[in-house]
Write a protein that binds this ligand. Sequence first.
Ligand SMILES: N[C@@H](CCC(=O)N[C@@H](CS)C(=O)NCC(=O)O)C(=O)O
Length: 258
Amino acid sequence: MAKTAKKAAKKAEPKKAAARKPAAKPLPAKKPAAKKPAAATSSSSGPVNKERFTLYGMLGSGPTYTVGLMLTLSKHPFSYFHVNLREGQHKQPDYVVKNRYGQVPALRDGQVYYVQSAAILQHLADELRKFDGKTDVEKNRIREWLFWNWDKLAVPVFRLRARARGLRQFGDEVRVMYDTEAKAALAMLENELAKSEWIATKRPTIADVGVYGVLRYIAEANIDLTPYPNVSAWKKRFEALPGFGTPEQILPMESRLL
Ligand SMILES: N[C@@H](CCC(=O)N[C@@H](CS)C(=O)NCC(=O)O)C(=O)O
């Protein structure tokens, strides 16, 4: 591991020592070890704690971008730890304790690591009260779209993109299958966006963030959005949201500690 990355890893680690202190030890003047860190309680109305979040990921990763985008749109600063997938850092024991699936992204919030970008979006929306649903019906609709995104859209788009970048090899038959699946998902989305400006509610939510995190890469999957004018218009609307940034603007090439 490079020197800067080692330093970054050390700083990004939550302070485990305090949490491991035996509860029975008499320390009346100090806070109880198990207390939730103040960092984990800040919300949209509370003070911003810039040490609260560390995002583990890499620049080329769509799911990492999705999480970085959500934090940026929510105007919440975060530290960033670059995970070197080429060197297999995501399969090393010190990373697998953060993400049991051996994938990026992972998000540290206080002392807890969250994984799976859709689940991370949900956690951030609940905690920061941004881009969230305001009623149970809205929350459920948002969840529905997040599941749909990974079920129907993300997999074919990311597989096609990986093939185009030489990261995955499969033949033309499989390529056509993914292309057909991606276009069927786009047609569905096109139809929905004829009825509403945003995907799940009348406001932008994490459903939009999750879907944008895939459609950002649609051209790299060699799919033209021209036949989907509602999707194209929604994409432009999303890019005009305050705080929006491209992957290159949001994710650094190297670790960055706040
Ligand atoms: N469903 C996961 C997908 C994460 C994922 O596919 N990450 C890729 C990078 S974009 C990865 O870590 N690949 C390495 C591997 O799966 O071994 C999420 O949304 O977080």
